[in-house]
Each structure stands twice: as structure tokens, then as C-alpha cells.
Design a protein around this ligand. Structure first.
Ligand code: PLP
Length: 401
């Protein structure tokens, strides 16, 4: 008998489990709108040309594979914080930012979770309802208590701004408020600039610490600067801010696991101490981060020609998703004779659309139509082509009514 007899079967992951079920389906018309990964109009995975170029350059140069320092590749850390805040940001010039390369967005969030647990054992995290499912797992595993603030209003399929503000106000002073920098996952609903100001007011008043999750910079609007608006606003107000970054989506480096955790502090002393402790936490967990993806980012951002090519490809990807969003909306508006207003789809931003389909309806999408999606009604538009919009609209209307 196995020593592991007492170990029960873990449930499948709600997002990655969808891809497993998709692979097992033999139907020809199947469509995977579960995981957030960019596909071409032919629904094929996409490696950016600029990434291939950077890799060729790296090969020519003959870079070695020696260990990185615990905090990661220096050129990457410099590039990533400059991309986030803007190279001329006073916080960078004053040495007030602790940047540590992490294992993509998830690993960077998890490292910050370990930091919060160790140095703020009495604080809790506030996460939006709903949020990216892994936020709960991350804080649970880091043993950081969390609770939710209202975010999504099903009546308007929009932001419950008043609910959000009052819940952030009601949280104990000094909570870590987790915010999506742009392209909120799963709803695709972002606060307006005026709303961001008010959110910053309440956070400041309550002495909370804003904790941004930036997984889509440049990928939401097509502009790196526009998508960093929220983070830069909070930093410009002199707040101390945590920011986890990911290059999975905007550079298509999903499997390379490249990202960073940045802690913007009020002074350079604090930043140096924070950085030393982040390194201390990373060392026994994974020792040091992988070099390949970090080098790709550093080479692209550090070379004006490649940097411009990246921006063009990012605009192209964001543009394709916007086109699919438009087309899906017009198919739904045309086919649905019930008079339902589908315009909320056009107001959402980023790679997802929150359809409003409930669990039973989402199950119908999968069981009857072979459309794979998460059970909260979220679909990834990045996994949809213009050619499949009509089919998807039929499936959605059938499942709704
Ligand atoms: N945060 C959010 C909101 C996300 O949607 C994702 C990816 O889907 C991530 C973080 C992190 O992804 P990764 O760990 O691949 O960088």
C-alpha cells in the first residue's frame, strides 16, 4: 500500500483545466476560449517577430548560461521599471524602487505575498469580486488573509464604483489593495481616470498599500504608456506602491516566465532594505530566476529599432482583438431578436469579454457547442477569429435563452 494513500485527488484548475478538457474533445468545431493566450486569425499560437530577432541576436552574441544574481538580470530590471513608470520618473531617479525579477506575473505576486506575510502579518489583502482566480490561491498559499471588495455590477455589466469605494473604506487601515493596472481580468471593465483618482484618495486616506497586478501593459490599448496610467498616477501622488509585472501576454513569453516585482518606496533607504528582503525570500524558494526571457526583454527594450517593432506588433495584436470584439458584438446584435443590449461587450477592454453567462449557460456552451470557457462566463477574445464570430454568437444566444 502506498505511503501516499491519504492524498486525495486535487480538483482541476478552473482555467488550465479548461485547456485539458479542450484537448480531450474530438469535435472539429471545438473552440478554446478558456486560457488567455493570443492566437492568430488562424487560431495558431504566435511568437512575435521581434522576439525571434532578439533570440537570433542572443545566439550570435553567444551569451552564456551562468546563474543570474538572486534579483535577476540587471539590464532587465532597469528596462522593466522604466517601461512601467517611464524612464524619467523621479521615483527611479531617486533610487526609490526595489525591483526584483520574478517568475512571471504569478511568481512575482507570490513573492510579494511571502513578503506581506513575513513583514505585515496583521495586514490583509483586498481583492476585487470577481478577480483572476489565481489571486485567491496565491494569497491562500502565502497565508495572507484576504477579503473581497465589490467591483462588478451584474445589473449594468459595469463597474460597481460606489460598492468598490465603500468596501475599500471599510477595510482595516493598512490593507493591501490589489488592483488590476489595466484590462481587469475577468470583467474587462476598468475605472475611468476620474475614478482612479477617487480610488487613490480613499487608499491614501486609509493608509492602505496599493498592490497593482500589471499583466497586460501595452496589450490592452496597444499603448504601453496608456496602459500604465493607473500605476503612474498612484506613484505621482507619492504613495508607496507594489507592482507585479508580467511579459506573458505583451511579448508572448508565456512559457519563459519573465516578470518582476517592484516596490516603490518613499525613500532610497527603504527601497534598499525591501530589496534585500525580497532576495532573502527568493533564495530558498527558487534561488534565482531564468535568464532567457529576461534577456529577450532587455534586448528589445534596449534597442530603439526592436523596441519600435515590438510596439507595432503589440498594436497589431491589440487591434486584432478589438476587431474580433466589434464583430462578435455586431453578430450578437444582429442575431438576437430579444432586444437585449449587447453594447457592454464594446465597453470592455483587453483580451477577455465577460458575457454574463452563468455556470449552467457556460456548461451549455461547452457540452452542446464545444466552446470551452471558464464557468464565470468569461471568454478570451484572443482565442477567437473573425471567421468564428457567427458561430460563437449562435452558441451564446442559444445558451442564454
Ligand atoms: N495577473 C492577471 C490578472 C492575469 O490575468 C495573469 C495571466 O493570465 C497573470 C497575472 C499572470 O500570468 P503569468 O504568471 O503568466 O505572468
Amino acid at each position: 500500500v502506498s505511503r501516499f494513500e491519504g492524498i486525495t485527488m486535487a480538483p482541476p484548475d478552473p482555467i488550465l483545466g479548461v485547456s485539458e478538457a479542450f484537448r480531450a474533445d474530438t469535435n472539429d468545431t471545438k473552440l478554446n476560449l478558456g486560457v488567455g493566450a493570443y492566437r492568430t486569425e488562424e487560431l495558431q499560437p504566435y511568437v512575435l517577430n521581434v522576439v525571434k530577432k532578439a533570440e537570433n541576436l542572443m545566439l550570435e552574441k553567444g551569451d552564456n548560461k551562468e546563474y543570474l544574481p538572486i534579483e535577476g538580470l540587471a539590464a532587465f530590471n532597469k528596462a522593466t521599471v522604466e517601461l512601467l513608470l517611464g524612464a524619467d520618473n523621479p521615483a527611479i531617479q531617486q533610487g526609490r524602487v526595489a525591483t526584483v525579477q520574478g517568475l512571471s506575473g504569478t511568481g512575482s505576486l507570490r513573492l510579494a505575498g511571502a513578503f506581506i506575510h513575513r513583514y505585515f502579518p496583521d495586514s490583509k489583502a483586498m481583492i476585487s469580486s470577481p478577480t483572476w482566480g489565481n489571486h485567491k490561491n496565491i494569497f491562500n498559499d502565502a497565508r495572507v488573509p484576504w477579503s473581497e471588495y465589490r467591483y462588478y455590477d451584474p445589473r449594468t455589466v459595469g463597474l460597481d464604483f460606489d460598492g468598490m469605494i465603500s468596501d475599500i473604506k471599510a477595510a482595516p487601515d493598512g490593507s493591501f489593495v490589489v488592483l488590476h493596472g489595466c484590462a481587469h481580468n475577468p470583467t474587462g471593465i476598468d475605472p475611468t481616470p476620474e475614478q482612479w483618482e477617487k480610488i487613490a484618495d480613499v487608499i491614501e486616506e486609509k493608509k492602505h498599500i496599493p498592490f497593482f497586478d500589471v499583466a497586460y501593459q501595452g496589450f490592452a490599448s496597444g499603448s504601453l504608456d496608456e496602459d500604465a496610467y493607473s500605476v503612474r498616477l498612484f506613484v505621482s501622488r507619492g504613495l508607496e506602491v507594489l507592482v507585479a509585472q508580467s511579459y506573458s501576454k505583451n511579448l508572448g513569453l508565456y512559457a519563459e516566465r519573465v516578470g518582476a516585482i517592484n516596490v516603490i518606496c518613499s525613500g532610497s533607504d527603504a527601497a534598499a532594505r525591501v530589496k534585500s528582503q525580497l532576495k532573502r525570500l527568493a533564495r530558498p524558494m527558487y534561488s534565482n530566476p531564468p535568464v532567457h526571457g529576461a534577456r529577450i526583454v532587455a534586448n528589445i527594450v534596449g534597442d530603439p529599432t526592436l523596441f519600435n517593432e515590438w510596439k507595432e506588433e503589440m498594436e497589431m495584436m491589440a487591434g486584432r482583438i478589438k476587431n474580433v470584439r466589434q464583430k462578435l458584438h455586431s453578430c450578437l446584435a444582429e442575431k438576437d431578436k430579444s432586444g437585449k443590449d449587447w453594447s457592454f461587450i464594446l465597453k470592455q477592454i483587453g483580451m477577455f469579454s465577460f458575457t454574463g453567462l452563468n455556470k449552467v449557460q457556460s456548461d451549455n456552451m461547452t457540452n452542446k457547442w464545444h466552446v470551452y470557457m471558464t464557468k464565470d462566463g468569461r471568454i478570451s477574445l484572443a482565442g477567437l477569429s473573425l471567421a468564428k464570430c457567427e458561430f460563437l454568437a449562435d452558441a451564446i444566444i442559444d445558451s442564454f435563452y
